[in-house]
Design a protein around this ligand. Structure first.
Ligand code: MN
Length: 373
Protein backbone atom coordinates (compact mmCIF):
# COMPACT_ATOMS: atom_id res chain seq x y z
CA UNK A 1 0.00 0.00 0.00
CA UNK A 2 1.19 3.52 -0.80
CA UNK A 3 0.77 5.81 2.17
CA UNK A 4 -0.07 9.47 1.78
CA UNK A 5 2.84 11.87 1.31
CA UNK A 6 2.36 13.73 4.58
CA UNK A 7 2.59 10.49 6.56
CA UNK A 8 5.71 9.36 4.71
CA UNK A 9 7.26 12.80 5.03
CA UNK A 10 6.80 12.90 8.80
CA UNK A 11 8.26 9.41 9.33
CA UNK A 12 11.09 9.87 6.82
CA UNK A 13 12.05 13.21 8.39
CA UNK A 14 12.61 11.37 11.66
CA UNK A 15 14.69 8.65 9.96
CA UNK A 16 16.71 11.20 8.02
CA UNK A 17 17.38 13.05 11.26
CA UNK A 18 19.18 10.05 12.78
CA UNK A 19 22.88 10.87 12.79
CA UNK A 20 25.92 8.64 12.97
CA UNK A 21 26.56 9.26 16.66
CA UNK A 22 22.96 8.92 17.75
CA UNK A 23 21.97 6.10 20.08
CA UNK A 24 18.79 4.46 18.88
CA UNK A 25 16.41 2.43 21.04
CA UNK A 26 13.50 0.49 19.58
CA UNK A 27 10.75 -0.28 22.09
CA UNK A 28 8.43 -3.01 20.82
CA UNK A 29 5.39 -4.98 21.87
CA UNK A 30 6.70 -8.54 22.40
CA UNK A 31 4.15 -10.25 20.12
CA UNK A 32 4.75 -11.32 16.49
CA UNK A 33 3.54 -7.99 15.09
CA UNK A 34 5.72 -5.95 17.45
CA UNK A 35 8.77 -8.17 16.97
CA UNK A 36 8.45 -7.98 13.16
CA UNK A 37 7.99 -4.20 13.27
CA UNK A 38 11.17 -3.87 15.33
CA UNK A 39 13.13 -6.13 12.97
CA UNK A 40 12.02 -4.02 9.98
CA UNK A 41 13.31 -0.85 11.64
CA UNK A 42 16.60 -2.55 12.50
CA UNK A 43 16.93 -3.63 8.85
CA UNK A 44 16.31 -0.08 7.70
CA UNK A 45 18.88 1.44 10.04
CA UNK A 46 21.55 -1.15 10.74
CA UNK A 47 23.78 -0.46 7.75
CA UNK A 48 24.34 3.07 8.89
CA UNK A 49 24.21 2.40 12.63
CA UNK A 50 25.37 -1.17 13.17
CA UNK A 51 26.39 -0.78 16.81
CA UNK A 52 24.04 1.79 18.15
CA UNK A 53 20.61 0.22 17.76
CA UNK A 54 19.17 -1.52 20.77
CA UNK A 55 15.81 -3.13 21.39
CA UNK A 56 13.65 -3.36 24.48
CA UNK A 57 10.19 -4.70 25.28
CA UNK A 58 8.01 -3.66 28.18
CA UNK A 59 7.15 -7.23 29.16
CA UNK A 60 3.50 -7.45 30.14
CA UNK A 61 3.13 -3.69 30.61
CA UNK A 62 0.92 -1.71 28.28
CA UNK A 63 2.83 1.51 28.82
CA UNK A 64 6.37 2.90 28.92
CA UNK A 65 7.58 1.94 32.39
CA UNK A 66 9.55 4.07 34.85
CA UNK A 67 12.35 1.57 34.55
CA UNK A 68 12.54 2.27 30.81
CA UNK A 69 12.62 6.02 31.42
CA UNK A 70 15.52 5.54 33.82
CA UNK A 71 17.33 3.36 31.33
CA UNK A 72 16.90 5.82 28.47
CA UNK A 73 18.31 8.55 30.69
CA UNK A 74 21.15 6.41 32.04
CA UNK A 75 22.25 4.98 28.71
CA UNK A 76 21.65 8.27 26.92
CA UNK A 77 19.49 6.98 24.10
CA UNK A 78 18.60 10.05 22.11
CA UNK A 79 16.38 8.61 19.37
CA UNK A 80 13.56 6.26 20.34
CA UNK A 81 11.24 4.32 18.05
CA UNK A 82 8.14 2.75 19.61
CA UNK A 83 6.30 0.07 17.63
CA UNK A 84 2.97 -1.67 18.22
CA UNK A 85 2.56 -0.24 21.70
CA UNK A 86 -0.63 1.57 22.65
CA UNK A 87 1.04 4.77 23.84
CA UNK A 88 -2.33 6.43 24.43
CA UNK A 89 -2.65 4.23 27.54
CA UNK A 90 -0.22 6.64 29.15
CA UNK A 91 0.57 9.71 27.09
CA UNK A 92 2.37 11.33 30.02
CA UNK A 93 4.94 8.53 30.06
CA UNK A 94 5.63 9.13 26.35
CA UNK A 95 5.99 12.87 26.94
CA UNK A 96 8.46 12.17 29.76
CA UNK A 97 10.37 9.87 27.43
CA UNK A 98 10.41 12.55 24.74
CA UNK A 99 11.79 15.08 27.23
CA UNK A 100 14.78 12.79 27.78
CA UNK A 101 15.79 12.51 24.14
CA UNK A 102 15.97 14.33 20.81
CA UNK A 103 13.14 12.57 19.06
CA UNK A 104 10.51 9.84 19.32
CA UNK A 105 8.81 8.05 16.43
CA UNK A 106 5.73 5.95 17.23
CA UNK A 107 4.25 3.50 14.72
CA UNK A 108 1.11 1.88 16.06
CA UNK A 109 -2.37 0.66 15.18
CA UNK A 110 -4.20 0.42 18.52
CA UNK A 111 -7.44 2.27 19.10
CA UNK A 112 -6.77 6.00 19.12
CA UNK A 113 -8.83 8.48 21.06
CA UNK A 114 -6.89 11.47 19.85
CA UNK A 115 -4.89 11.96 23.04
CA UNK A 116 -1.73 12.40 21.02
CA UNK A 117 -1.47 14.27 17.71
CA UNK A 118 0.56 13.34 14.63
CA UNK A 119 3.21 15.84 15.68
CA UNK A 120 3.74 17.09 19.20
CA UNK A 121 7.07 18.70 20.03
CA UNK A 122 9.71 16.12 19.13
CA UNK A 123 7.18 13.26 18.94
CA UNK A 124 5.98 11.88 15.60
CA UNK A 125 3.00 9.58 15.98
CA UNK A 126 1.79 7.47 13.06
CA UNK A 127 -1.29 5.39 13.85
CA UNK A 128 -3.31 3.35 11.33
CA UNK A 129 -6.48 4.69 12.94
CA UNK A 130 -5.52 8.17 11.70
CA UNK A 131 -5.05 6.99 8.13
CA UNK A 132 -8.67 6.47 7.21
CA UNK A 133 -8.75 2.96 8.56
CA UNK A 134 -11.96 2.53 10.54
CA UNK A 135 -10.42 -0.53 12.16
CA UNK A 136 -6.79 0.19 12.85
CA UNK A 137 -6.30 -3.37 14.05
CA UNK A 138 -6.59 -4.52 10.41
CA UNK A 139 -3.49 -2.48 9.52
CA UNK A 140 -0.88 -4.00 11.86
CA UNK A 141 2.22 -2.12 12.96
CA UNK A 142 4.52 -4.42 10.97
CA UNK A 143 2.68 -3.72 7.70
CA UNK A 144 2.53 0.00 8.47
CA UNK A 145 6.27 -0.01 9.28
CA UNK A 146 6.98 -1.90 6.06
CA UNK A 147 4.90 0.55 3.99
CA UNK A 148 6.78 3.47 5.56
CA UNK A 149 10.21 1.89 5.16
CA UNK A 150 9.90 0.58 1.61
CA UNK A 151 9.27 4.16 0.45
CA UNK A 152 12.34 5.26 2.40
CA UNK A 153 14.57 2.59 0.90
CA UNK A 154 13.47 0.33 -1.92
CA UNK A 155 15.82 -2.45 -0.71
CA UNK A 156 13.39 -2.94 2.17
CA UNK A 157 11.09 -4.83 -0.19
CA UNK A 158 13.29 -7.85 0.40
CA UNK A 159 11.90 -8.02 3.96
CA UNK A 160 8.24 -8.21 2.94
CA UNK A 161 8.07 -11.73 4.43
CA UNK A 162 8.91 -10.29 7.86
CA UNK A 163 5.94 -7.93 7.58
CA UNK A 164 3.81 -10.90 6.48
CA UNK A 165 4.58 -12.74 9.74
CA UNK A 166 3.35 -9.71 11.70
CA UNK A 167 0.20 -9.43 9.59
CA UNK A 168 -0.70 -13.10 10.08
CA UNK A 169 0.24 -12.90 13.78
CA UNK A 170 -2.24 -10.07 14.26
CA UNK A 171 -4.98 -11.98 12.34
CA UNK A 172 -5.16 -9.32 9.62
CA UNK A 173 -4.26 -11.48 6.62
CA UNK A 174 -7.83 -11.56 5.33
CA UNK A 175 -7.45 -7.83 4.82
CA UNK A 176 -4.06 -8.16 3.08
CA UNK A 177 -4.91 -11.13 0.93
CA UNK A 178 -2.96 -9.90 -2.12
CA UNK A 179 0.09 -8.97 -0.10
CA UNK A 180 0.24 -12.38 1.60
CA UNK A 181 -0.36 -14.16 -1.72
CA UNK A 182 2.51 -12.21 -3.32
CA UNK A 183 4.86 -12.98 -0.42
CA UNK A 184 3.99 -16.68 -0.68
CA UNK A 185 4.65 -16.66 -4.42
CA UNK A 186 7.88 -14.69 -4.19
CA UNK A 187 9.44 -16.74 -1.38
CA UNK A 188 7.88 -20.11 -2.23
CA UNK A 189 6.18 -20.49 1.12
CA UNK A 190 2.64 -21.42 2.10
CA UNK A 191 0.38 -19.40 4.32
CA UNK A 192 0.78 -22.14 6.94
CA UNK A 193 4.52 -21.47 7.02
CA UNK A 194 3.88 -17.83 7.81
CA UNK A 195 1.44 -18.86 10.50
CA UNK A 196 4.01 -21.20 11.96
CA UNK A 197 6.62 -18.45 12.06
CA UNK A 198 4.15 -16.21 13.93
CA UNK A 199 3.36 -19.04 16.32
CA UNK A 200 7.03 -19.60 17.09
CA UNK A 201 7.34 -15.96 18.16
CA UNK A 202 4.13 -16.24 20.15
CA UNK A 203 5.44 -19.36 21.90
CA UNK A 204 8.67 -17.55 22.69
CA UNK A 205 6.66 -14.82 24.37
CA UNK A 206 4.82 -17.49 26.37
CA UNK A 207 8.17 -18.83 27.55
CA UNK A 208 9.52 -15.47 28.58
CA UNK A 209 10.17 -11.91 27.51
CA UNK A 210 13.87 -12.64 27.25
CA UNK A 211 13.12 -15.60 24.95
CA UNK A 212 11.02 -13.45 22.66
CA UNK A 213 13.89 -10.99 22.47
CA UNK A 214 16.16 -13.84 21.44
CA UNK A 215 13.63 -14.69 18.73
CA UNK A 216 13.81 -11.10 17.53
CA UNK A 217 17.58 -11.31 17.12
CA UNK A 218 17.35 -14.70 15.43
CA UNK A 219 14.71 -13.41 13.01
CA UNK A 220 16.86 -10.37 12.32
CA UNK A 221 19.73 -12.70 11.39
CA UNK A 222 17.69 -14.76 8.92
CA UNK A 223 17.57 -14.14 5.20
CA UNK A 224 14.37 -16.03 4.54
CA UNK A 225 11.33 -17.45 6.26
CA UNK A 226 12.64 -20.98 5.68
CA UNK A 227 15.81 -20.09 7.52
CA UNK A 228 13.81 -18.81 10.48
CA UNK A 229 11.66 -21.95 10.54
CA UNK A 230 14.83 -24.02 10.80
CA UNK A 231 16.62 -21.75 13.25
CA UNK A 232 17.81 -22.65 16.74
CA UNK A 233 14.93 -20.74 18.34
CA UNK A 234 12.48 -23.39 17.09
CA UNK A 235 14.15 -25.87 19.45
CA UNK A 236 13.54 -23.56 22.40
CA UNK A 237 9.79 -23.89 21.93
CA UNK A 238 9.57 -27.49 20.73
CA UNK A 239 7.61 -28.63 23.78
CA UNK A 240 5.11 -25.78 23.43
CA UNK A 241 3.37 -27.09 20.33
CA UNK A 242 2.36 -30.25 22.21
CA UNK A 243 1.31 -28.29 25.28
CA UNK A 244 -0.73 -25.96 23.08
CA UNK A 245 -2.55 -28.86 21.43
CA UNK A 246 -3.22 -30.38 24.85
CA UNK A 247 -4.77 -27.15 26.12
CA UNK A 248 -6.97 -26.74 23.01
CA UNK A 249 -8.07 -30.38 23.32
CA UNK A 250 -8.93 -29.97 27.03
CA UNK A 251 -11.20 -27.03 26.24
CA UNK A 252 -13.02 -29.00 23.59
CA UNK A 253 -13.85 -31.71 26.09
CA UNK A 254 -14.51 -29.41 29.01
CA UNK A 255 -17.96 -28.11 29.77
CA UNK A 256 -17.71 -24.36 29.95
CA UNK A 257 -20.20 -21.74 31.05
CA UNK A 258 -21.72 -19.78 28.24
CA UNK A 259 -23.99 -17.07 29.58
CA UNK A 260 -25.25 -14.09 27.58
CA UNK A 261 -22.91 -14.77 24.70
CA UNK A 262 -19.88 -14.89 26.97
CA UNK A 263 -17.56 -17.83 27.56
CA UNK A 264 -14.87 -17.67 30.24
CA UNK A 265 -12.23 -20.35 30.07
CA UNK A 266 -9.41 -20.96 32.52
CA UNK A 267 -6.44 -22.73 31.01
CA UNK A 268 -4.32 -25.04 33.13
CA UNK A 269 -0.76 -24.82 31.82
CA UNK A 270 2.56 -23.63 33.13
CA UNK A 271 3.09 -21.43 30.08
CA UNK A 272 1.42 -18.10 29.44
CA UNK A 273 -0.18 -19.12 26.16
CA UNK A 274 -3.53 -17.43 26.76
CA UNK A 275 -3.16 -15.20 23.76
CA UNK A 276 -2.61 -17.86 21.12
CA UNK A 277 -5.13 -20.21 22.74
CA UNK A 278 -7.70 -17.38 22.74
CA UNK A 279 -7.02 -16.68 19.04
CA UNK A 280 -7.60 -20.27 18.04
CA UNK A 281 -10.66 -20.89 20.23
CA UNK A 282 -12.29 -17.59 19.34
CA UNK A 283 -12.03 -18.24 15.62
CA UNK A 284 -12.91 -21.92 15.67
CA UNK A 285 -15.33 -22.34 18.57
CA UNK A 286 -16.77 -18.94 19.51
CA UNK A 287 -16.82 -16.75 16.38
CA UNK A 288 -19.95 -14.89 17.50
CA UNK A 289 -19.34 -14.83 21.23
CA UNK A 290 -17.15 -12.97 23.66
CA UNK A 291 -14.36 -15.23 24.82
CA UNK A 292 -12.24 -14.55 27.88
CA UNK A 293 -9.29 -16.84 28.46
CA UNK A 294 -7.68 -16.66 31.89
CA UNK A 295 -4.27 -17.97 32.76
CA UNK A 296 -2.79 -17.57 36.22
CA UNK A 297 0.72 -17.55 37.57
CA UNK A 298 1.74 -17.09 41.22
CA UNK A 299 0.97 -13.39 41.39
CA UNK A 300 -1.36 -12.44 38.53
CA UNK A 301 -4.37 -13.34 36.42
CA UNK A 302 -3.58 -12.87 32.75
CA UNK A 303 -6.63 -12.34 30.56
CA UNK A 304 -7.21 -12.46 26.82
CA UNK A 305 -10.44 -11.02 25.45
CA UNK A 306 -11.66 -11.95 21.95
CA UNK A 307 -14.72 -11.17 19.85
CA UNK A 308 -14.56 -11.78 16.10
CA UNK A 309 -17.86 -10.10 15.17
CA UNK A 310 -16.93 -6.85 16.99
CA UNK A 311 -20.34 -6.53 18.63
CA UNK A 312 -18.63 -5.61 21.91
CA UNK A 313 -15.32 -3.74 22.14
CA UNK A 314 -12.81 -6.00 23.87
CA UNK A 315 -10.53 -3.06 24.63
CA UNK A 316 -13.42 -1.39 26.49
CA UNK A 317 -14.29 -4.58 28.36
CA UNK A 318 -10.65 -5.09 29.40
CA UNK A 319 -10.38 -1.52 30.63
CA UNK A 320 -13.71 -1.65 32.49
CA UNK A 321 -12.76 -4.88 34.27
CA UNK A 322 -9.46 -3.33 35.40
CA UNK A 323 -11.34 -0.23 36.55
CA UNK A 324 -13.76 -2.33 38.61
CA UNK A 325 -10.96 -4.32 40.24
CA UNK A 326 -9.03 -1.07 40.77
CA UNK A 327 -5.75 -2.82 40.03
CA UNK A 328 -3.73 -4.07 37.09
CA UNK A 329 -3.66 -2.88 33.50
CA UNK A 330 -5.49 -3.66 30.30
CA UNK A 331 -6.36 -2.57 26.78
CA UNK A 332 -5.96 -3.44 23.12
CA UNK A 333 -8.10 -3.60 20.01
CA UNK A 334 -11.84 -3.95 19.38
CA UNK A 335 -11.72 -7.68 18.48
CA UNK A 336 -8.76 -8.56 20.74
CA UNK A 337 -7.52 -7.19 24.04
CA UNK A 338 -5.63 -8.25 27.13
CA UNK A 339 -5.34 -7.51 30.83
CA UNK A 340 -3.20 -8.40 33.79
CA UNK A 341 -4.61 -8.27 37.29
CA UNK A 342 -2.78 -8.89 40.59
CA UNK A 343 -4.27 -11.85 42.46
CA UNK A 344 -4.19 -10.07 45.79
CA UNK A 345 -6.77 -7.58 44.53
CA UNK A 346 -9.51 -10.08 43.65
CA UNK A 347 -10.45 -13.76 43.88
CA UNK A 348 -11.07 -15.82 40.76
CA UNK A 349 -14.79 -16.27 41.35
CA UNK A 350 -15.27 -12.57 42.00
CA UNK A 351 -13.26 -11.73 38.91
CA UNK A 352 -15.47 -14.02 36.88
CA UNK A 353 -18.55 -12.24 38.24
CA UNK A 354 -17.09 -8.83 37.42
CA UNK A 355 -16.33 -9.91 33.85
CA UNK A 356 -19.90 -11.19 33.44
CA UNK A 357 -21.40 -7.98 34.83
CA UNK A 358 -19.22 -5.65 32.79
CA UNK A 359 -19.89 -7.70 29.68
CA UNK A 360 -23.63 -7.56 30.29
CA UNK A 361 -23.50 -3.77 30.64
CA UNK A 362 -21.75 -3.43 27.30
CA UNK A 363 -24.17 -5.84 25.61
CA UNK A 364 -27.15 -3.86 26.93
CA UNK A 365 -25.58 -0.64 25.76
CA UNK A 366 -25.10 -2.23 22.35
CA UNK A 367 -28.79 -3.26 22.27
CA UNK A 368 -29.95 0.25 23.17
CA UNK A 369 -27.74 1.95 20.65
CA UNK A 370 -29.06 -0.26 17.88
CA UNK A 371 -32.45 1.47 18.29
CA UNK A 372 -30.95 4.88 17.65
CA UNK A 373 -31.66 6.33 14.21
MN1 MN B 1 -0.12 -5.28 16.60
Amino acid sequence: MKLKDDVLKAAHAFLKGIKKNDKVLIIYHPDPDGVCSAVLFIKALEKRHPNTIHVLNQGPHVTITDETLKMVKGKKYNKVIIVDLNVENDVEAVRKLASLCDGVLIVDHHVSTGLLKREEGNITYINSCHLGFANGDKYPASKLSYDILKEWNKDMERWDWVAAIGVVGDSADDFWFDFIRDVCGKWMVERENIEMAARIIEFCRAKGYDVVERALHVLNGCNSMQEFLKSEIVKAVEDMEKEYEKVIESVKKECYDDKDGLAIIIIPTKYNMKSIVANTLSKNMFPDKTLVVIWEDKTHYHLSFRRQDRVVGMNVLAKNVVKRVKAGEGGGHIPAAGARIPKQSVGLEELRKIIEEEHKKLMEFEDESSFLP
